[in-house]
Design a protein around this ligand. Structure first.
Ligand code: HEC
Ligand code: HEC
Length: 393
């Protein structure tokens, strides 16, 4: 009886060995480029980082064929030249529908404790990526009811079948043709997005590599940023300039969300109530996540709805202790919002000090993620010379 079972197991092993072309392939572990002593970001056990998955994920990220109507890639809203954000107040989806929020930069996104502007429970990149793929309010990539089209397009491509087989060698391509699945697309995209770490800014070289390269003005700006007068460090602290940061082996996780007094309570109720829309807790009305300030000079306009144009205006906004908008579409005094953080109390700042602070924020720019290093590698179906962004506006 027992011997009979063993025979079956052996037979199966041989059969699998014959048909499983990709199975014997070794995956190449991803090597993080981090400053000395830095911990890598957390990586889920069921989606370990490999060079093969990042390579596939990069191709998918820039490929419009991943959208339902073949019109939009992830990169259509997350442009590498703008640190994977976009120069528009809010995004537009593949069918032309308007998103109500500003596209976030993906710089060091792997270290985020939560994802998107205001979702306290969204703690996995794999789960986050499902949103743009399937979102219906508004439609972004438009995958709902279109999965088969996307899978077919990728299956018919000359390169993808092999890339998927190499990236997911544990799936048996010949036994099970389903190596090109939405699950594997998401895993590859998450691996690529996770790989977008950048620690080569002027600030990093000054702070973590000990290079004495800050100007007097940048040092003054750094001190202002860290000061109790301006309070910036309380919400944009730590190596990622965001309170919401995790890393491998880290013991505590802070998931900070704050109301910065951008909108009056009655106004904000009408269109985007931040974390409240997820938790239903009154205290969460108008609370948003402080995003990383890395590459902030490249990602204007600012805030969850792109309603502030420049860094100088962002500083004016904090100096005023929030925003009073007497007229316009969303009138009201955000400064009086009862959930406004005590850290947004307003402060006096001179024109020179403002320039100093902006000079410091400029040192957070890291060009290692910009296009020369990450050219689109897809064979997108867009007309020659047209970038994925052009089909949207
Ligand atoms: C239509 C434009 C659009 C498309 C297409 C799009 N995104 Fe986004 N992305 C956004 C917006 C807007 C947000 C902020 C959403 C929010 O806060 O609700 C965002 C947020 C994110 C975040 C969270 C960042 C953070 O700091 O928390 C990740 C990761 C992300 N997108 C990855 C992707 C990937 C991968 C794709 C392709 C599958 C993609 N996006 C396609 C507009 C887009
Ligand atoms: C109480 C916490 C808090 C303090 C203090 C604070 N911020 Fe923020 N910051 C936030 C939050 C939350 C957001 C997102 C707000 C939104 O979109 O509604 C934000 C957004 C920003 C943005 C726009 C980010 C983007 O990607 O659009 C910049 C720039 C910024 N803050 C700079 C600063 C500076 C400079 C200071 C100090 C003068 C400062 N912040 C103080 C919490 C804070």
């Amino acid at each position: 009886m027992f011997a009979h079972k063993l025979w079956i197991v052996r037979w199966l092993a041989i059969a699998v060995g014959i048909v499983c072309a990709g199975c014997g392939q070794k995956s190449t572990p991803w090597a993080w480029q981090l400053p000395p002593g830095f911990s890598p970001p957390p990586v889920p056990v069921d989606n370990p980082m490999t060079v093969e998955k990042v390579t596939l994920g990069e191709k998918l990220f820039f490929d419009t064929r991943v959208s339902g109507n073949n019109q939009q890639a992830c990169a259509s809203c997350h442009h590498p030249q703008f640190a994977f954000a976009e120069p528009f107040a809010t995004s537009t989806g593949s069918t032309g529908e308007r998103h109500f929020r500003n596209a976030l930069s993906l710089t060091n996104v792997a270290y985020n404790a939560t994802f998107t502007w205001a979702h306290p429970n969204l703690t996995s990149l794999e789960r986050q990526i499902i949103i743009p793929l399937y979102n219906e309010k508004p439609v972004e990539m438009g995958l709902t009811h279109n999965e088969h089209r996307v899978i077919q397009r990728l299956t018919e491509d000359t390169a993808y079948p092999q890339l998927f087989a190499t990236a997911f060698p544990q799936t048996f391509p010949q036994l099970n043709k389903d190596v090109i699945t939405v699950d594997n697309i998401v895993k590859a995209l998450a691996s690529y997005v996770r790989s977008l770490t950048a620690f080569d800014s002027k600030f990093d070289r000054y702070a973590y590599y000990g290079e004495d390269i800050f100007t007097e003005q940048e040092i003054r700006g750094l001190n202002l940023f860290m000061s109790e007068r301006l309070e910036c460090k309380h919400c944009h602290g730590g190596f990622n300039f965001s309170q919401s940061t995790v890393h491998e082996g880290g013991s505590t996780t802070v998931r900070g969300f704050h109301n910065t007094g951008l909108y009056a309570e009655q106004t904000a109720l009408e269109f985007d109530r931040g974390a409240f829309d997820v938790t239903g807790d009154e205290m969460d009305k108008g609370l948003f996540r402080p995003p990383t300030l890395r590459n902030i000079a490249l990602t204007a306009p600012y805030m969850h709805d792109g309603s502030i144009e420049t860094l100088a205006e962002v500083i004016d906004f904090y100096a005023a202790g929030g925003r009073n908008t007497p007229t316009g579409n969303f009138p009201g005094d955000g400064r009086q919002h009862r959930n406004k953080s005590l850290f947004v109390h307003g402060f006096g700042i001179s024109a020179d000090e403002k320039n100093d602070l902006i000079a410091f924020l400029n040192t957070l720019t890291d060009r290692s993620l910009l296009p020369s290093q990450s050219e689109p590698k897809s064979e997108s179906t867009l007309p020659a010379g047209e970038s994925p962004a052009d089909n949207r506006r």
